[in-house]
Design a protein. Structure first.
Length: 153
């Protein structure tokens, strides 16, 4: 009888993962806007563990749709490069990718919330991330209320 109880307890612990650890969940939200010949697509991926935000990745894809803007691609790149210097420090990285053929300028922020310093977060406009107590579900509801499409992966 003791063996049956012990085996049952071990099975429960294995199935539930010892009851303490929760898997990571990812919320991916997307927006798109076209105005004055420029299309901006944003993809925000937020990773939660135990319903707490751990990591956020923000991709901003700017595509020049207008022929006149495309003819000024070089000036556009210089201006965007000046405003978006690549960076990787204190839990925050900013990377830039350029698709010359399709006139797309991509900015990628990757933020490790636990390791990011408040000073670096503030310098990039993410000062509220460390203090944010929003859960995955409350973030999803607020984003969708604001017209942003979100999916849980």
């Amino acid at each position: 009888m003791k063996k049956v109880i012990l085996i049952s307890l071990l099975t429960i612990l294995l199935v539930t993962g010892c009851g303490n650890t929760k898997k990571e969940e990812k919320l991916v939200c997307t927006t798109s806007q076209t105005e004055n010949g420029i299309t901006i697509n944003n993809v925000i991926s937020m990773t939660y563990k135990n319903n707490k935000l751990k990591n956020m990745k923000l991709e901003v894809n700017t595509k020049l749709e207008d022929v006149i803007l495309q003819e000024n691609w070089e000036n556009f790149k210089v201006s965007m490069d000046d405003a978006n210097k690549e960076f990787d420090k204190d839990g925050v990285s900013l990377k830039v990718q350029k698709d010359e053929e399709n006139y797309i300028y991509k900015i990628i922020y990757d933020i490790d919330i636990q390791n990011a310093t408040q000073e670096v977060l503030e310098s990039y406009g993410f000062e509220s991330l460390k203090k944010d107590k929003s859960t995955l579900e409350s973030t999803r509801r607020k984003a969708e209320k604001d017209g942003i499409k979100c999916e849980i992966e």
